[in-house]
Design a protein around this ligand. Structure first.
Ligand code: S3P
Length: 207
């Protein structure tokens, strides 16, 4: 039987078991810009029958302006304070699948809130994939530099040791989105319903 031909009822019951095991906790996606947190998060929320929340969208709604405008008008420190407040509020309104902005998990206070109220997944991606994806949009203030590739490299080396503290790590790569979602489900099920946490293999080379 091909790998993808899982009986629908088995995977649906696995999805439901995860949702039950989560209780009031959310699933929070962390990782670099361009890692696919919103794209994967939206699909994962459908599988888990939970609402999908995007922290960046919620920050923009709360501030009544776009993220580039918040950075320009108020500066990054104020954006970070607002980001922490919005994520705290969203975690209190769980359960949901919540995609966070790339810098959110760097804040200790936010990490400990996520640890208490959610299960976290680091969507890990290679620098070349990140660069290819972020080039499509010019709305990331941190990448308005003379050498965005160098900026991404610096941010990755600062942030990856922190992202690594997430409960699960899933490799985000150029395969159908549903495959990454399946791996998130597999990891969540092993972590929440299957006893010991399971190491998700590095499948970067896999198609
Ligand atoms: C940021 C990532 C962005 C957004 C802001 C800052 C970061 O979100 O929050 O531009 O510090 O990495 P995405 O990760 O959704 O692009």
């Amino acid at each position: 039987m091909p790998e993808t031909a899982k009986p629908a009822s088995t995977s649906a019951s696995q999805d439901a078991e995860i949702t039950t095991a989560l209780g009031t906790r959310s699933v929070v996606l962390v990782g670099m810009m361009g890692a696919g947190k919103s794209t994967i998060g939206r699909r994962l929320s459908v599988r888990l029958r939970l609402p999908f929340l995007d922290a960046d969208t919620e920050i923009e709604a709360a501030a009544g302006m776009s993220i580039p405008d918040i950075f320009e008008t108020h500066g990054e420190p104020q954006f970070r304070d607002g980001e922490a407040r919005v994520i705290a509020r969203l975690l209190d309104s769980g359960p949901a699948v919540l995609a966070t902005g790339g810098g959110a998990f760097m804040r200790e206070e936010t990490r400990s809130r996520i640890g208490a109220k959610a299960v976290s997944i680091w969507l890990k991606a290679d620098a070349d994939i990140i660069m290819r994806r972020v080039k499509r949009r010019a709305d990331r203030p941190l990448l308005q530099t003379t050498d965005p590739a160098a900026t991404v490299g610096r941010l990755m080396s600062e942030r990856e040791p922190v992202y690594q503290r997430a409960d699960l790590t899933i490799w985000s790569r150029d395969v159908p989105h549903e495959k990454i979602v399946d791996e998130c489900i597999e990891g969540l099920h092993a972590l929440l319903c299957g006893g010991a946490a399971k190491e998700i293999p590095d499948r970067r080379g896999a198609t």
